[in-house]
Design a binder for this molecule. Structure first.
Ligand code: IMP
Ligand code: MG
Length: 489
């Protein structure tokens, strides 16, 4: 691969500058051709990477997107900063196997933390009972990371040592059962019937959890994964500077527990720092970090403020309604144009055009215009160049809107040493949800978008504008899901 941006680069990281779902899967796959090692460092089965190979679509949650290069001897790593549901990995390996695709070079960190059935139960109980709903993916991510920081977690290595697995599992279950006894037992029983919880196998009417079943399942997981479990941190440290390493971010900067739109975030640090740490490296060992974004719209799944959302609250409520998916939207609305004059309907039009439905949950993604204040905020953390994706999604759109700044419209708010007042202008977003929910976008319209999208020169005018506004160069454009629908600048 002869890319200008890869000259003298040994370690490349790709992270998302938005709320995830920006097309990292495609670009990890794209750069995997160059890489010798592809590694993930954060998150778990909440992620969903869609890759299209020879017209065939693959969706992975845990296995790195470089797995389709296993036959070329490339090593794929699930790093120590991740939380791993072994049942999900086994499902993904089964898909690879049935497609005749090898996974001989997949390595799993012995230090990664396990997602256990109780984590999935806790996640779902919280989502259906608490008033502070986050809209999680229900994969047990938050409770698994909580246990890590609470020093109650089990590691992948525990799968290899049945006696200590059982002892640690008991301690962990005791901690959870105490809380779950305060919840309506029928709610718990119902949650435990879910396929992600092996369809009721782990349920016990008396003890809530059937410890024996969990032990049996996880022992079998350990037996299958044993050849892949190793010290991946050491493997990567030894390879730095010698081999081409591609670090694959998960979720996005605005979902980072440390930098995102807290508390509506995931429970890992999705930034370049979090990613590097999650594979046992320092971000100083990363030669190039590319930030990926959708252009010129954005999406968000789950709850939380989204200033440029088309249709505002109506859209957020609709997208958060149980059972809404692509089929239902098509039935109810037919096919809506991306030029619909009603913002709520236009949002649906953009969602349909961009196929913006969750890879993990099938949920409709909330859609809105590209938000430069949030992008300016996100790129501050080590992003050196931008990858703009999904430029084809707004094909046929007559006018696009870019949010260039916000007007604060909330009550007086003390933000550290600064008092925010109604009417204040904000051009670099403050990620606090308390502030963001009161930010009214100020838009610049590009009325000739339709013409621009068809003429490279006009398109570049808009991209140049974005580069100047954000202070980072665009290096790659993506105009479709396939590898050859990629323009290197
Ligand atoms: P959790 O990661 O399942 O705890 O979910 C926390 C928040 O992050 C929710 O708003 C999810 O919708 C969002 N989220 C988690 N993973 C992804 C992802 O891969 N893409 C988009 N949103 C995600
Ligand atoms: Mg995704």
């Amino acid at each position: 691969m002869q890319l200008q941006c890869l000259a003298n680069i040994r370690t490349l990281a790709i992270v998302c500058t938005q709320w995830g779902d920006t097309g990292k899967g495609k670009f990890v796959d794209y750069f995997a051709e160059w890489a010798d090692i592809i590694a993930r460092g954060t998150g778990g089965a909440n992620a969903g990477h869609t890759i299209v190979l020879n017209g065939q679509q693959y969706i992975f949650h845990l296995v790195p997107s470089g797995i389709l290069y296993d036959n070329q001897g490339k090593v794929n790593i699930i790093g120590s900063g991740t939380v791993i549901d072994p049942g999900v990995i086994l499902q993904e390996l089964a898909i690879l196997q049935s497609s005749g695709l090898p996974f001989n070079h997949l390595r799993i960190s012995r230090n990664a933390k396990l997602v256990l059935p109780q984590h999935i139960v806790m996640d779902r109980v919280r989502e259906c009972t608490a008033d502070g709903k986050i809209g999680t993916t229900g994969r047990g991510i938050g409770p698994a990371y909580t246990d890590h920081y609470d020093r109650l977690a089990l590691t992948v290595n525990d799968l290899l040592n049945p006696d200590s697995f059982v002892a640690k599992l008991r301690r962990n279950l005791r901690d959870k059962v105490q809380f779950l006894r305060t919840i309506d037992p029928e709610t718990i029983r119902e949650i435990m019937q879910h396929e992600h919880l092996c369809s009721g196998t782990f349920y016990d009417a008396h003890d809530i959890f059937n410890e024996g079943a969990i032990v049996a399942y996880y022992r079998a997981y350990g037996d299958t994964l044993r050849p892949m479990i190793c010290d991946t941190d050491a493997l990567l440290r030894a390879a730095v500077g010698k081999q081409n390493i591609l670090l694959e971010g998960a979720q996005g900067h605005l979902l980072s527990i440390d930098y995102g739109t807290y508390p509506f975030v995931t429970s890992s640090d999705c930034s370049i720092q979090g990613l590097a740490k999650g594979v046992g490296l320092s971000e100083k060992q990363v030669d190039l970090t590319l930030g990926i974004l959708k252009a010129f719209f954005m999406t968000r799944v789950g709850e939380g403020p989204f200033p440029t959302e088309c249709g505002g609250m109506a859209s957020a409520t609709w997208c958060g309604t149980k059972g809404v998916n692509r089929t239902l939207e098509l039935e109810k609305f037919g096919s809506i144009s991306v030029n619909d004059p009603d913002p709520f309907r236009q949002g649906i039009g953009i969602r349909m055009a961009g196929h913006e439905y969750g890879a993990t949950t099938g949920r409709p993604r909330r859609t809105g215009w590209l938000d430069l204040p949030l992008l300016r905020y996100a790129v501050q953390t080590g992003i050196q160049g931008l990858i703009l994706t999904k430029l084809d999604s707004l094909d046929g759109c007559e006018v696009i809107k870019l949010c260039t700044a916000y007007e604060y419209q909330g009550p007086d708010y003390q933000l550290g040493e600064r008092t925010l007042r109604r009417g204040d202008c904000i051009d670099v977003a403050v990620p606090h949800s308390d502030v963001l929910q009161h930010c009214q976008p100020i838009y610049r319209e590009f009325p000739d978008w339709l013409a621009a999208a068809e003429q490279p020169h006009e398109l570049m005018t808009v991209i140049k504008y974005l580069e100047v506004e954000v202070g980072k160069p665009a290096v790659i454009l993506s105009v479709g899901p396939d590898r050859d629908q990629t323009i290197v600048l």
